[in-house]
Write a protein that binds this ligand. Structure first.
Ligand SMILES: Cc1cc2nc3c(=O)[nH]c(=O)nc-3n(C[C@H](O)[C@H](O)[C@H](O)COP(=O)(O)OP(=O)(O)OC[C@H]3O[C@@H](n4cnc5c(N)ncnc54)[C@H](O)[C@@H]3O)c2cc1C
Length: 422
């Protein structure tokens, strides 16, 4: 039986941390997550089972310290030459066990990357927030508050709409920002977040990139209210909910990068979000592959294992074909993120568009493949015992976020065909 590491990765790109980091996350997943994950669905509100697994990984093993500089207690990922490759590895390993945990962990870094990543390190904000993540063994979460009730895709459609649809306002009064607005859906809300990165406008309706603001807001600041978590069709480990900001006051220097640069570097978060999404798709697929190996070898039809039948072999081949391509494409994009000297900056229109291409390709293929995997497992495909229906639900959710498939298509067409109105 082939092992999952035989699904190809470009070995020449892998970082020196590949083996220790991969083994550490896999060991954690095998021990803390996989034996319990089937009960996560019922734990969506309380996180009684989910929280200890997060605490272990993020707090005790210290993974939440990753983006911060070493001298502040961090692991220095913000200046690592392998940020993309290592992120892909970690997110893939986590999603093999539970993609809800992977997104919760990954999104914690979105606001932190805005202040920790070279070349836009905001040292003062790193010093301000490093203790929150680095001086504790409790799990700490951050949320990227972007989506609003009137729509998320338009806000993420940065190159066309340039923040003009954002309704959350940040008004400078003296040496403070006063923030007002309502956000929906941010990962790590529903009471979880300790820190928010808030997407706001300094001038309602403006499409001037200098008015796009990304401001850090500790969750216990007066005027911040997190609603109850939504009950979703999957990914119970990721809590999502409403967040209200009512006359929330933070110091002016809590703005991540400043006028123009918040807009520019927020696009890096979109690229990294696409990368993480591909890694999660690949991780879910790796686990489905393991299950299909077991199921189609054990199950017999007309006296021979299922996998020995032509019709089934064809489906298995198609699924593993897609896994090979998704994984190698994901690693290639990670490499592109790590080599701006060859591929351009992470926040360029080209890199954002290419991330969208790979993300929606991976999601489309995986959602279709999971349907086919369940077909060949028949009733067992729907049986929670096998965890395939779990990955099926989660993969569909990965396809939906970050503006959904349509925004991916628009940004792809816009870049490759120089469309002017998409
Ligand atoms: C599990 C999960 C986690 C999430 N995490 C976060 C998070 O961390 N932070 C956050 O801010 N949000 C988060 N979201 C919200 C998510 O990013 C938004 O749902 C998404 O961006 C789409 O926004 P919307 O739902 O408002 O749909 P809308 O923006 O209203 O879009 C509706 C439909 O229009 C399509 N569309 C978009 N542009 C075009 C176009 N030009 N032409 C035609 N159709 C178009 C979209 O693809 C979609 O199908 C999360 C959502 C989920 C499910």
């Amino acid at each position: 039986m082939r092992a999952i590491y035989e699904i190809t990765r470009p070995k020449e790109y892998l970082s020196p941390l590949e083996e220790p980091l991969g083994n550490m996350i896999r060991e954690w997943a095998e021990k803390e997550v996989i034996p319990r994950r089937r009960r996560f669905d019922e734990d969506w509100r309380d996180h009684r089972l989910i929280e200890p697994a997060f605490r272990k990984l993020m707090g005790e093993m210290g993974m939440q310290r990753a983006p911060f500089p070493e001298d502040l207690g961090g692991l220095g990922m913000g200046h690592s030459e392998h940020l993309g490759i290592n992120s892909f590895l970690v997110m893939e390993e986590m999603a093999r066990a539970d993609s809800g945990m992977a997104v919760s962990y990954g999104v914690t870094f979105w606001p932190l990357f805005m202040i920790c990543n070279e070349p836009h390190v905001n040292r003062r904000l790193c010093e301000e927030f490093a203790p929150m993540f680095c001086a504790t063994t409790e799990a700490r979460f951050a949320a990227n508050a972007m989506t609003e009730p009137q729509g998320g895709a338009d806000i993420e459609n940065l190159d066309l709409l340039r923040g003009s649809t954002i309704n959350t306002t940040a008004v400078q009064e003296g040496d403070e920002w006063v923030i007002n607005g309502h956000k929906l859906w941010p990962t790590n809300t529903g009471g979880i977040a300790h820190l928010f990165g808030v997407v706001a406008t300094t001038r309602l309706g403006s499409d001037d990139p200098r008015d796009f603001a990304f401001i850090l807001v500790p969750a216990d600041t007066p005027g911040v209210t997190q609603g109850d978590p939504y009950e979703k069709g999957g990914m119970a480990a990721d809590k999502n909910g409403d967040v209200w900001f009512e006359n929330v006051r933070v110091p002016v220097w809590y703005r991540a990068c400043g006028p123009g640069d918040d807009f520019k570097y927020f696009k890096e978060i979109i690229s990294i979000g696409s990368l993480g999404s591909i890694a999660m798709v690949s991780g879910c697929m790796l686990n489905v592959y393991e299950t299909l190996q077991e199921f189609t070898s054990r199950r017999r039809i007309r006296g021979v294992p299922l996998k020995e039948h032509d019709a089934i072999g064809g489906v298995l081949a198609d699924i593993v074909r897609d896994m090979e391509i998704i994984r190698i494409t994901g690693y290639q994009y990670a490499r592109m993120i790590d080599r701006p000297d060859l591929y351009g900056e992470r926040w360029s229109e080209e890199m954002v568009a290419k991330g969208r291409v790979y993300k929606y390709f991976a999601c489309d293929r995986a959602v279709e493949d999971l349907g086919r995997a369940m077909n060949i497992m028949e009733a067992h495909g729907a049986d929670r015992e096998w965890d395939v229906e779990k990955h099926w639900r989660d993969l569909k959710i990965i396809q939906l976020w970050m503006g959904g498939k349509q925004l991916c298509q628009m940004e792809t067409a816009r870049w490759f065909f120089s469309c002017e109105t998409l």
